[in-house]
Ligand binder design. Structure first.
Ligand code: PLP
Length: 221
């Protein structure tokens, strides 16, 4: 694995304004440092217990993204430094991020995770839940979080038509929310979609942030 080449290959073909988040879960600090030395600054992790020690060990100008399911009782450990939480999947979780951020007088940027895949998963808002949450008036009461956009994961399938359709549905929800009136703490700017196997499709459907792990660091065991 040549991490530097892999990053160069991916970023070369990204449109301007599309951010690469290098997903470093299960990968060592040494490998992340290698990516850092190649110029990569945005990294994503899916477990708090991995994210915190890596934050502590690595350069402080790294922007750390929390991309995995987040339990409310672990929010406090990442709120002091996290750059963006992609995986807000309930109003209760967002309320806890707000509560912890308020304690340290920080405003934490978050994405709402939307369930776009056909396969069953426990995590993420449905499109209907997303709409009603955005209109519920709840977000206005959270003054220490910023809703910066949406995140979604397509079905794990070889069917590219289906994957593209799922990304397109997220993009259109994103555009709709962006065009409709929303509270000051909401700014629909980031559309986080696309992983190693499907980021080209995601970019074609308007992704502004891709989360790529194995195509950079190799397969995870
Ligand atoms: C692991 C993971 C990725 C990256 O997956 P790859 O297929 O290795 O690129 C992206 N997003 C989320 C939420 C993940 O958990």
């Amino acid at each position: 694995m040549n991490i530097k080449n892999n990053i160069a290959k991916i970023t070369q073909n990204l449109p301007q304004g599309c951010q690469l988040v290098a997903v470093s879960k299960t990968k060592s600090v040494a490998l992340i440092q290698e990516a850092y030395d190649a110029g990569q600054r945005h990294f994503g992790e899916n477990k708090v217990q991995e994210l915190v020690p890596k934050f502590e060990a690595l350069p402080k100008d790294i922007c750390w993204h929390m991309i995995g399911h987040l339990q409310s009782n672990k929010v406090k450990y990442i709120v002091p430094f996290v750059h963006l939480i992609h995986s807000i999947d309930s109003d209760r979780l967002l309320a806890e991020v707000n509560r912890q951020a308020k304690k340290i007088n920080r405003v934490v940027s978050c994405l709402l995770q939307v369930h776009i895949a056909r396969e069953e998963t426990k995590f993420g808002f449905s499109f209907e839940e997303l709409k009603s949450f955005m209109q519920s008036g709840q977000i206005e009461t959270f003054d220490h979080v910023r809703i910066s956009g949406l995140m979604g994961m397509a079905t794990l399938t070889d069917n590219e038509t289906q994957i593209a359709e799922e990304f397109r549905s997220l993009r259109s929800a994103f555009e709709e929310l962006r065009a409709s009136p929303h509270p000051a703490s909401v700014s629909m700017e980031i559309l986080s979609m696309g992983m190693s196997g499907d980021f080209s499709l995601a970019v074609a459907e308007g992704s502004t942030m891709i989360r790529v792990g194995s195509a950079i660091f190799g397969n995870r065991s």
